[in-house]
Write a protein that binds this ligand. Structure first.
Ligand code: AMP
Ligand code: MG
Length: 489
């Protein structure tokens, strides 16, 4: 038995799907972090992962037995503009494993050198984005949000040049697959109907097996993708998450959060909050994410036209009908999530206006999104009630909101314990705050991974108050606010 039981399927797809090649071996790799818990869930020998042989795999020095490294091709709309060929410009799919949950997972190296899809790039990653993706993707998983995972992070011993010279690094990423809306768009734009069909069949088989027996499997697959995206975006918004680069190449078909570039959880609430310094128009703001996901999904619908299996008019009508379900699914999940956050049984049309009032209060009083709900869930304790009130600009404003909340709760008939239980499960105390992530990155650049480890450990139990972790709850001071997160990954 080998250390990693690769069981590859993507490598058997037609050659139009990828370019096979090996990683550029890192000259002097060193560990940043290895995720033994995830390794266990993937059936990967943890002793192997943390050994020198594991380091060699995670740094591209050796392609382990059974792997079949390849760079996937895809296209995509980036900030609305069309790029006909993107692809893994600095990543390689090593292969797939079947997890202990019987789900097939990709094992991918990110930052492992140039590929035919690198365009002008160096194919490398700097340490900062690797640390960010490790922390934030693992934090997302702990929050219960579908996401790609981080299996390992290593430095390469090389220097990469970004705005300044930085240590090079590689992330080993795990995903249900790396197929994106942009993968479909690529074959659509190439007029390659055979590959488009092969891709759809592969996706149905791997991610939407229930679609196999539908009258129109492609339509059933599309329905599934629309539903998973709508649920995902509602979850992002529940936790104040802003993805930052919702390009079609970062919109994953299995419905996981992918590509942690200029992403962040918002501190002070504002529906138009953005995090990417190159997103000047606010295209990917917190409150615009449903709209953007819908736009990405309509690009997917377009790409599926040639294989929809009906005349164009019927196909357009059916695609539009599926796409129209996005809003309902999103709203249902969004309102259910916020009802839970507020300790209410459900948000009916009437109580939905209370949510509007709440968002207005958050915005007008410039309140930290996470603290608002984290303090609210503990407001039975006078200390936290006081903290909650202090979040508002005046005690009167807090009092007004609290009396409305009490009235709505009383009217809803929810018991105190059910209300508490709902809030405890929906309102994290710890999130991967941007200023903390940046501090972990700064320390990591200097070779000190303790701030990363400390932050990571706390974020493994985001809903549980942990002793000695009080500082990790706090919103950034004015001087700590990270003004811009660059896309320079
Ligand atoms: P991303 O911004 O990470 O979604 O990447 C968009 C596209 O640019 C993908 O095709 C990446 O593979 C490619 N890319 C990003 N950074 C690099 C790099 N340093 N070298 C080569 N390609 C890159
Ligand atoms: Mg990407």
């Amino acid at each position: 038995m080998s250390a990693v039981n690769f069981n590859n399927s993507y490598a058997s797809l037609p050659e139009t799907f990828y370019t096979k090649q090996n990683a550029e071996p890192a000259p002097a790799p060193q560990w940043i972090k290895a995720n033994t818990e995830l390794a266990q869930a993937l059936g990967i020998d943890t002793a192997f992962l943390t050994s020198n042989a594991g380091l060699d795999m995670a740094s591209g020095r050796t392609a382990p037995d059974g792997s079949n490294p390849l760079a996937m091709v895809y296209a995509g709309h980036q900030f609305g503009g069309w790029s006909p060929r993107l692809g893994d410009g600095r990543a390689l799919l090593l292969g797939e494993v079947i997890g202990t949950d019987s789900i097939r997972y990709d094992i991918q190296l990110k930052g492992s050198g140039r590929t035919p899809y690198s365009r002008g790039g160096d194919g490398k990653s700097a340490i900062g984005p690797v640390i960010r993706e490790y922390i934030v993707s693992e934090a997302m998983a702990a929050l219960g949000v579908p996401t790609t995972r981080a299996l390992a992070a290593v430095t390469t011993g090389e220097t990469v040049i970004r705005e300044i010279p930085l240590p090079g690094a590689i992330l080993t990423r795990v995903a249900q697959s790396h197929i994106r809306v942009g993968t479909f768009q690529y074959f659509y734009s190439q007029n390659d109907k055979a590959s488009l069909l092969a891709l759809a069949n592969y996706v149905i088989d791997r991610h939407y097996p229930e679609a196999q027996n539908a009258e129109n499997p492609v339509q059933a697959m599309y329905k599934g993708i629309v539903t998973r995206q709508a649920k995902l975006i509602a979850l992002w918004m529940k936790f104040g998450f802003i993805h930052g680069v919702m390009n079609t190449d970062n919109c994953q078909i299995a419905g996981e959060t992918i590509d942690y570039g200029p992403c962040a959880y918002m501190d002070t609430f504002h529906p138009m909050k953005v995090f990417s310094s190159i997103d000047q128009q606010g295209r990917y703001a917190w409150g615009k994410q449903p709209h953007m996901a819908h736009w990405n999904l309509s690009r997917l619908g377009e790409a599926l036209m040639p294989i929809w299996g009906n005349d164009d008019d019927t196909a357009v009508a059916e695609i539009s009908a599926e796409l129209d379900t996005f809003s309902d699914t999103f709203n249902e999940n969004f309102y259910a999530a916020f009802a839970q956050k507020l300790g209410l049984p459900e948000l009916t049309q009437k109580t939905a206006s209370f949510l509007e009032t709440t968002f207005e209060a958050l915005q007008n009083n410039k309140i930290d999104f996470t603290l608002f709900f984290a303090h609210l869930r503990r407001s039975h304790d006078p200390i936290y009630q006081e903290k909650f009130i202090t979040l508002f600009e005046t005690p009167e404003a807090a009092g007004m909101w609290l009396s409305q909340w009490d009235a709505i709760k009383a009217k809803s008939g929810i018991t105190a314990s059910d209300s508490q239980e709902a809030m405890d499960a929906a309102n994290p105390i710890y999130i991967a705050r941007n200023h903390r992530v940046e501090a972990a990155i700064q320390a990591g650049v200097a070779g000190d991974y303790k701030p990363m480890d400390d932050l990571h450990n706390i974020l493994q139990a985001p809903f549980t108050q942990q002793s000695g972790a009080g500082d990790y709850e706090l919103a950034p001071l004015d001087t700590e606010v990270v003004q811009q997160t660059f896309c320079g990954t």
